[in-house]
Design a protein around this ligand. Structure first.
Ligand code: MEV
Length: 425
């Protein structure tokens, strides 16, 4: 993969853009066709879910300018919202001037939960589980020979007593499982189901639920970037003004759950777009993100923004990132396979870290706009295109009607219809 700085990409035709992407990652015509035809047929979809009656497609755009741990990456993003791909790409360009994104991850450890009810003495049962930990781990380790072959398997057991609940106290056992390059839900759920009889024999209780936790707080990924303060200057805004504005915007999210929800939504605009493009389970990622944001008992920002000793802007993002590159839609959806190939990914952690970089870039794009000119100007241009199309414009007329509405600062369907009538009497 060469540079991710594809100057003028926006102005190319869709075919030309595809050709640039193909050249960057040696994509075959068959791999590319997964993107031009949406990837799956209704027949393939019929094997994925129930009661299939068709397909529903979304736009796929390329995030540009990303440099992650010194490597250039072109990033496929699936999203229906205007400004997200452009915003992330622009911020990646600014971050590049400060060395791009630095990322890291924990081991891919998922948590499987077993809820044990009807236990006579919770403390005794807890200790007995710990006394039998080696035996339980050895049994859990045998359950998925494929994962084991690739270096994964059962790693630890933790026991918690839930003192208060609507049904009173009960025991919760966490099975910590290294799932390597899988998302891990199947492996962990299977392991919990298989261990349940042994857990019942040890505790004398009944294992009720056996399911993974989406609060994957032992499978975290992180991204960090430094933006040279001078890169932040634009129009009449100095770099220092933009930096301080972004930091003050972050302070709002750090302190107030109402703002934190929207701030984190901006992060998820970037995160989900890549999660979707790679065929991963975005509901799992959303659930993990927001539970992690509330881990202290107060919902807060997933990212931080501050400055370094030289006055440059520094951003960090850390969150659970349970994504896989083997199994599920990542393997069966041809468009997801092409996405993985384009990003040159070898491990699930690499994908997780790319996703973190995009989330952080997208967060910065939103904060920069909010802290300066406001969010609407950037949103309006593409929104105006959609309004023009909804009013009946086609071909060249879409751009003309949209441009006139933006210039007039009136982006509404009735105005679009009027402009169309004036131009096509
Ligand atoms: C809109 O999709 C996302 C933003 O609301 C995020 C934010 O407010 O930080 C712009």
């Amino acid at each position: 993969m060469g540079t991710s700085r594809l100057a003028g990409f926006y102005h190319l035709t869709i075919e030309e853009r595809l050709a640039r992407a193909a050249a960057a990652a040696n994509l075959t015509p068959e791999e590319l066709s997964a993107w031009t035809n949406g990837g799956i047929s209704p027949e393939a979809a019929d094997h994925m879910i129930e009661n299939v009656i068709g397909l529903h497609t979304l736009p796929l755009g390329l995030g540009l300018n990303f440099q992650i741990n010194g490597r250039d990456v072109l990033i496929p993003m699936v999203i229906e919202e205007p400004s997200v791909v452009a915003g992330a790409s622009f911020m990646a360009k600014l971050a590049r001037a400060g060395g791009g994104f630095q990322t890291s991850s924990t081991s891919p450890l998922m948590i499987g939960q077993m809820q044990v009810i009807n236990v006579i003495n919770l403390h005794e049962a807890k200790f007995k589980i710990y006394e039998n930990k080696a035996k339980l781990l050895a049994a859990a380790d045998e359950i998925d020979p494929v994962l084991k072959k690739f270096g994964g398997g059962a790693r630890d057991i933790e026991v918690r007593i839930i003192d208060e609940s609507p049904i009173g106290a009960f025991l919760v056992i966490h099975l910590i499982y290294d799932v390597r390059d899988a998302m891990g839900a199947n492996a962990v759920n299977t392991a919990c189901e298989r261990l349940a009889p042994q857990v019942e024999a040890i505790t004398g209780g009944k294992v009720h639920l056996r399911i993974l936790s989406n609060l994957a707080d032992q499978r975290l990924s992180r991204a960090r970037c430094t933006i040279p303060v001078k890169e932040l200057a634009f129009d009449n805004f100095s770099g220092e003004t933009v930096r301080d504005g972004i930091i003050a915007a972050y302070a709002f999210a750090a302190a107030d759950p109402y703002r934190a929800a929207t701030h984190n939504k901006g992060i998820m605009n970037g995160v989900d777009a890549v999660v979707l493009a790679s065929g991963n389970d975005w509901r799992a990622i959303e659930a993990g993100a927001h539970a992690y944001a509330a881990r202290s008992g107060k919902y807060t920002s997933l990212s931080t923004w501050g400055q370094d000793a030289d006055g440059n802007l520094v951003g960090t993002l850390e969150m659970p990132m349970a994504v896989g590159i083997i199994g599920g839609a990542t393997k069966v959806h041809p468009a997801a396979r092409t996405a993985i190939k384009l990003m040159g990914i070898q491990t699930a952690s690499e994908l997780a870290e790319i996703i973190m970089a995009v989330g952080l870039a997208q967060n910065m794009a939103a904060l920069r706009a909010l802290a300066t000119e406001g969010i609407q100007r950037g949103h309006m241009t593409l929104h105006a295109h959609q309004v023009a199309i909804a009013a009946g414009a086609s071909g060249d007329m879409i751009e003309k009607v949209a441009a006139q509405m933006v210039a007039e600062k009136t982006v509404r369907i009735d105005r679009a219809e009027q402009i169309l009538k004036e131009r096509n009497p």
